[in-house]
Design a protein around this ligand. Sequence first.
Ligand SMILES: C[S@@+](CC[C@H](N)C(=O)[O-])C[C@H]1O[C@@H](n2cnc3c(N)ncnc32)[C@H](O)[C@@H]1O
Ligand code: SF4
Length: 457
Amino acid sequence: MIANDIDLEKFSKYSRPGPRYTSYPTALEFSDKFKYENYIKYLQEGKEPLSIYIHLPFCRSACYFCGCNVVFTSKEEKLSRYVEYLKKEIDILANHLDTNREVIQFHFGGGTPTFYKAYELDEIMSYLKKHFKNWSDEAEISVEIDPRFFNEEQMKVFKKHGFNRISFGVQDFDENVQKEIHRIQPFELTKAAVDLARRYGIESINTDLIYGLPYQTLESFSNTLKLAKSLDPDRLAVFNYAHVPWLKKTMRKFDETTIPSPDIKLAILKHTIEYLTSNGYKMIGMDHFAKPQDELFTAIHKGELHRNFQGYTTKGGANLIGIGLTSIGEGERYYAQNTKDMNSYEEAIDSGKLPFERGIELNDDDIIRKSVIMELMANFTVDIKATEKKFNINFNKYFADALNSLKEFEDAGLLKISDDRISVEPTGTLLIRNIAMPFDAYMNKYTGSKKSFSKTV
Ligand SMILES: C[S@@+](CC[C@H](N)C(=O)[O-])C[C@H]1O[C@@H](n2cnc3c(N)ncnc32)[C@H](O)[C@@H]1O
Ligand code: SF4
């Protein structure tokens, strides 16, 4: 047993391969039945506050571990052309929804948002704000930054537009690992980026690390953790490397024999939890650490934490609007995804349409399951009585199969099930994807195809 009452032997014994991003349906089942018109209708009729996501997909060069939706380029004109298309997309969007709806969350994701020059970032934000004027004073405004591409001019633009959260991609500080993953990023450079954000008063700084990368050892990763801690981030994400070379070509560049074994990965995870929890951080779920005063913990205690495509958040109930290549939007009853192909993206916009490619409409059963899965993923508990009342169901009957599947976890002491509540124990929170899976109606179709998923350990 280690800090936080986490038992990693149990974790390793009960972990199963699973999807990296859990939302509902876990294995998104897009359907041809959900057409462009359906999406537009949801946009037009929506009344909830808005959470806006803009995807800036470009990167200069490939980090070989990267699983994100990225376009590699060194051509400036490609970047500026995309800004023009984003602006047209915002115009079209603004024609289809009430732009007075309050914006409570905004996120620039990538790719590398700071691959763009300061004036271009300013142009995108100003254009968005020209259409969407009603920003909440409490809005969470965030950006993912690669410290290798970040300067003070860009920081000034973020400050001007009220950004209050920055997530820095670090991954690993070890030189050998950095060489192998094709991402040279000296500690001093990352420190300078973090210091710059602090000088401009950014309240919440996150650093992303990944364990399971080639050449990592317990010793090398311990050193990475020490260096990361010395930056005093408010939050740390320590992701388990999702190795899916059948989906991402650059991952095939790795010599797989240099990827740490499950035993070493487990030792790294154990050390990470011990080290961070004895140095002022508390763990949230399978991959996040934050200082105890972080609002995420207050939200967990109130049962108000949520998980969306960007990770944990205290802003629930918003209508997520995805702008840009590959972006995903989410409403209470639908998901919609933009095209992944740049030509189709431009063609759609040139013809005055949003670059919607596919979507899914949730039925009543989906909505009940999504609610339970989200409660588990974010708050690690399900209030059975409240769920019964909200959806007018008999929980034990409705979820008889799922509860049956959870028996294995219950017997192993990973969770408790009473008449009122399912409560996940600390070790179980690391397995939350696996614990949530039985509630996912679409999961069974996919578990046969191991290649869809990356390993949990
Ligand atoms: C869009 S990327 C980061 C933004 C920025 N381009 C950068 O590299 O700093 C978001 C994060 O996803 C994580 N990530 C990317 N590929 C991953 C993989 N295959 N397995 C686990 N985490 C991954 C990395 O930690 C990365 O910082
Ligand atoms: S990790 Fe970041 S910089 Fe590297 S390829 Fe992926 S998105 Fe681009």
